[in-house]
Design a protein around this ligand. Structure first.
Ligand SMILES: [Zn+2]
Ligand SMILES: [Zn+2]
Length: 177
């Protein structure tokens, strides 16, 4: 098994490379990049000016041949689903695909100066969270656990990039199953 990172117009290679190293430490499986040709316009809502997150996950499944790998898309565009006005990311629970957006992780969205350290930390948390879902992990009630569900950036920033003891045990189980 391995994890493929699919950059979708997110082009900060330094951040991506460090993300790959961190993810390898967390999930202990190989990580590589998979450049995919996806016509993002087909999933773009001109009315909302956002990208359809669920549509993206289907694109990954259609275009990725290996049935065992996990697929993590990283996009710069703000994401929505038909029932959510925005989301940081989305994943299929216990299956293969996940995607997240860096859009709301940029401090400039909140009227603050650019902060690359913060951006990178948020990206790491979100990547671990969504990949956790693909390994079958559900949301956690512990506010500081990376599997906690966040609806605002304040809530998001409160959690850490780490699994709590309960979630760690669940992950260990899933990885050795
Ligand atoms: Zn979640
Ligand atoms: Zn937890």
């Amino acid at each position: 098994m391995q994890i493929y990172i699919i950059p979708l117009e997110f082009d900060d290679e330094e951040i991506l490379d460090r993300l790959a190293i961190s993810l390898k430490q967390v999930f202990k499986i190989p990580i590589s990049y998979l450049p995919l040709e996806i016509d993002l316009q087909a999933g773009w809502s001109y009315e909302r000016e956002q990208l359809n997150s669920t549509w993206l996950l289907t694109q990954f499944l259609e275009k990725c041949p290996n049935g065992k790998s996990k697929i993590l898309g990283v996009t710069v565009y703000d994401l929505f689903t038909p029932i959510l006005t925005f989301l940081f990311g989305e994943a299929e629970l216990g299956v293969r695909t996940a995607v997240f957006s860096t859009y709301r992780f940029e401090d400039k969205r909140y009227g603050l100066p650019e902060n690359k350290v913060m951006l990178e930390e948020r990206i790491l948390k979100e990547a671990i969270h969504e990949l956790g879902h693909t390994f079958g992990m559900r949301h956690c009630k512990n506010y500081d656990c990376v599997m906690h569900s966040s609806t605002s950036i304040e809530e998001f920033d409160f959690k850490t990039a780490k699994f709590c003891a309960d979630c760690n045990a669940v992950l260990d189980n899933k990885m050795t199953a």
